[in-house]
Design a protein. Structure first.
Lengths: 130, 98
């Protein structure tokens, strides 16, 4: 379903993710081999979800721009900069592409907002917010 | 690594998160983020935590590295002891990227 730059430079790149389900129309992806993460590029969808394979709880959601680039990520795990306890915290990162660079940078984590939770919480099984 | 390409793993944690297993122990790498201090100066931080086997429950901090650049962070990450006094390169063959 996804293939890290599947169409990059006209080359064929093997698919590395499979769709294992959908939540409200959004694909839940699972890697086909090691490396539990979502793609850095998306050509067939603007949003993907990843869950913990052990129990299906929410791990991460990514949103891509019209140029198929990763732009936004919301995740649920410990972030000591946001919460000193060991508890997971729903937080987000913004991905930017510095001029002249093909490599993205990721902003530091910020706590997810109520607006984000209202919009995206339906995709997040097992998440406690705030 | 037991199930993945090491170069790809290191490239991934240079900008993204990753979960690891070492034997029956779980770890989470909070991949590199660009952070700004009060003056607006930027630096890069990576963190690693030990997790319970469910990979969702925090157990302890393993490391937190902040440097001016991603390159310096990654050099430090692979240089320092991470688990049982061993460095990433000493652990590499036993690590599983999950």
């Amino acid at each position: 379903m996804g293939g890290n730059g599947t169409f990059a430079a006209g080359n064929i790149v093997k698919y590395r993710w499979k769709t294992v389900g959908k939540i409200d129309g959004v694909k839940v992806l699972e890697p086909m081999s090691g490396g539990h993460k979502l793609p850095e590029e998306a050509h067939s969808s603007r949003m993907y979800i990843m869950q913990h394979p052990q129990n299906g709880n929410f791990a991460q959601l990514r949103i891509y721009d019209k140029w198929h680039r990763l732009r936004f990520e919301i995740g649920y795990h410990r972030e000591p900069a946001l919460d000193k306890s060991g508890r997971p915290v729903l937080h987000y990162h913004v991905y930017t592409y510095p001029r002249g660079s093909s490599v993205f940078e990721r902003t530091e984590a910020r706590k997810a907002t109520t607006k984000m939770w209202k919009k995206l919480g339906k995709y997040m099984k097992g998440v406690v917010f705030p | 690594m037991k199930n993945a390409n090491t170069k790809e793993f290191l490239e991934t944690i240079a900008s993204q998160d990753a979960w690891l297993r070492f034997g029956d122990r779980g770890f989470f790498v909070n991949g590199c983020c660009t952070i700004k201090d009060e003056s607006g100066a930027e630096s890069v931080r990576i963190e690693m935590y030990e997790m319970k086997p469910d990979l969702q429950t925090w157990v302890r901090d393993v490391c937190s590295i902040t440097k001016p650049t991603v390159r310096e962070v990654m050099e430090e990450f692979t240089r320092i002891p991470l688990i049982d006094g061993k460095t990433f390169w000493e652990l590499e063959n036993e690590l599983e990227w999950v």
